[in-house]
Ligand binder design. Structure first.
Ligand code: 13P
Length: 255
């Protein structure tokens, strides 16, 4: 199975010209054969970047993701963007439940659940983010597992996964204490939590064909230590995806 490396640009870069340059640089990388990349720019750059992506005929080019999605396709929902709008642009993936949205926008598990259902119905692929805070982590590994399990159970409630929909799901384990701090989880710790997540998803939801990624201070120096782990199916990358050279060093053929 290919490993997946996802660039989450968050609220960056500051203008369209820079976004296009960053995306174009990513398309010029001679990617590792065992890697699929997904790039998630802010909404306002999606249309332009989708146009560039569509003109590429390369085998292993980056796929396009959005950083969020709303659960309704149209209506009086100021500021929101629905699954059908994203689909029409050529977006294939959506990040849902990122801890920054949970923290700064008070996004709840029940909102995340609605977003996942709507996005799945539209045929989009989900990148569901879960992960414990430093406070929970301090209580130990069992408390962290319990926290993450509770997020998964609430976020995926009532969703029945058949063969098709389970391949539409990816989970990113992103411990909040590791995001943007430079204090990444060790590959061993991450692999343990990821295998716990896989076990939980298999026993609770009875689905199999899904990936679980690690996210939190992944960069060009440590990426190999994660993707070389059998348990870890890839990485969700923030800061290190914003520099063309660093991204290239992460996803490109090693010389
Ligand atoms: P950093 O890679 O900057 O730690 O961000 C991780 C993240 O939140 C990706 O979604």
């Amino acid at each position: 199975m290919k490993k997946t490396l996802i660039a989450n640009w968050k609220e960056n870069p500051k203008n369209e010209k820079m976004a296009i340059a960053l995306f174009r640089a990513a398309t010029k990388v001679r990617q590792l054969d065992n890697i699929q990349t997904i790039i998630c720019p802010p909404f306002i750059y999606l249309e332009k970047i989708a146009g560039i992506a569509q003109s590429l005929h390369k085998k292993n080019h980056p796929l396009l993701g959005a950083q969020d999605v709303f659960w309704e396709d149209k209506g009086a929902y100021t500021g929101e963007v629905g699954p059908a709008m994203l689909k029409k642009l050529g977006v294939k993936y959506v990040i849902v439940g990122h801890s920054e949205r949970r923290q700064w926008l008070n996004e709840t598990d029940s909102m995340i659940n609605k977003k996942i259902k709507a996005a799945l119905d539209a045929g989009l692929h989900i990148i569901l983010c879960v992960g414990e805070s430093a406070v929970v982590r301090k209580k130990g590994i069992v408390a962290s597992e319990r926290f993450v399990k509770s997020q998964l159970v609430k976020d995926l409630k009532g969703i029945s996964f058949d063969k098709k929909t389970s391949s539409q799901l990816m989970v990113a384990y992103e411990p909040i204490w590791a995001i943007g701090t430079g204090r990444s989880s060790t590959p061993k710790e991450a692999a343990l939590m990821i295998s716990y997540i896989k076990k939980t998803l298999t026993s609770h939801f009875a689905f199999r064909n899904f990936k679980v990624l690690y996210g939190g201070s992944v960069n060009n120096k440590n990426v190999d230590s994660y993707i070389q782990c059998n348990e870890i199916d890839g990485a969700l990358v923030g800061g290190a995806s914003l520099k063309a050279e660093t991204w290239k060093a992460m996803v490109g053929k090693r010389t």
